[in-house]
Design a protein around this ligand. Structure first.
Ligand SMILES: C[S@@+](CC[C@H](N)C(=O)[O-])C[C@H]1O[C@@H](n2cnc3c(N)ncnc32)[C@H](O)[C@@H]1O
Length: 254
């Protein structure tokens, strides 16, 4: 997947106006003086078996088309794209901790990322600007989907909010979008100091700090979360809604 996204194979196929394309044509659009077609064929065959692309035979040749999966990997202007998320998930920095899972189990209490990189996930951002860019691009691409769903579903809730703090707000694009749609809201973007320092102001309020110490006071707190158990250990009343039982922890972690 990473290879296909980096070589922009979905965009190459898409550029043919929806017609299935040959391997030779795909290879000819890769920016390289002599792309290795046999290697590309193996990658395309694997991705076709996984239904990332579709493949069919015609005139003794294999022709490739996009599927619903690979349409999400288009990177051209105007496409809602998940390509940046693939690049984050398959980034060397993300993948290498998987090799340390044995140690986590044997030694208990270890964190695979820490073993692999000698620092925590959030410290890697300041250590590795290239990884930081990959991470921020991935967040930005998911923000577009998430915010559409949140704003569609939560319209009336936002009407009643006077001030809102996006805790772990990153570059502040989420709170900026909420304030754009609900200009009466005073939006606060809260994140770690180096993240806020590098974030655009979006014309709103930025606030730096560590959420484990304190979070800004506001009528409502916004958090984009994957699952509540990520936040085990945060003991703040404003975060109580994260779990059904109101203590911010998922049931299996209690
Ligand atoms: C998964 S990102 C989400 C960013 C943003 N909400 C978005 O969806 O684009 C998590 C964010 O949490 C921030 N973060 C991590 N630990 C933090 C802490 N202790 N206090 C405040 N922010 C923290 C990171 O800097 C990062 O920007």
């Amino acid at each position: 997947m990473k290879c296909a996204v980096e070589l922009r194979i979905p965009d190459i196929i898409h550029s043919q106006g929806g017609r299935p394309v040959t391997l030779a044509l795909t290879a000819s659009r890769i920016p390289s003086p002599s792309p290795e077609t046999a290697y590309l064929a193996r990658i395309m065959g694997l991705l076709a078996r996984k239904t990332v692309f579709s493949a069919h035979q015609e005139g003794g040749e294999t022709l490739y088309s996009l599927t619903p999966s690979s349409r999400w990997l288009l990177q051209g202007a105007g496409h809602l794209s998940l390509a940046p998320l693939v690049l984050l998930a398959d980034h060397q920095t993300t993948v290498s901790p998987w090799h340390n899972l044995r140690d986590c189990i044997k030694d208990g209490g270890s964190i695979a990322f820490q073993i692999a990189h000698g620092c925590g996930y959030w410290d890697m951002e300041s250590k590795n600007p290239e990884f930081n860019r990959t991470f921020r691009d991935a967040m930005a691409c998911t923000d577009k989907f998430v915010m559409k769903a949140v704003v569609d579903a939560y319209k009336d809730g936002f009407e009643r909010v006077g001030s809102l703090a996006d805790v772990r707000g990153g570059t502040g694009s989420i709170v900026a979008e909420i304030v754009r749609l609900y200009p009466h809201i005073k939006g606060i973007n809260f994140d770690r100091p180096h993240v806020v320092a590098a974030a655009p102001s979006h014309g709103g309020v930025s606030c730096r700090g560590d959420m484990f110490e304190a979070i800004p006071s506001a009528d409502a707190v916004f958090m984009k979360v994957r699952e509540p158990s990520t936040y085990e250990g945060i003991n703040h009343p404003a975060l109580g809604l994260l779990s059904k039982d109101g203590d911010g922890r998922s049931p299996e972690r209690r």
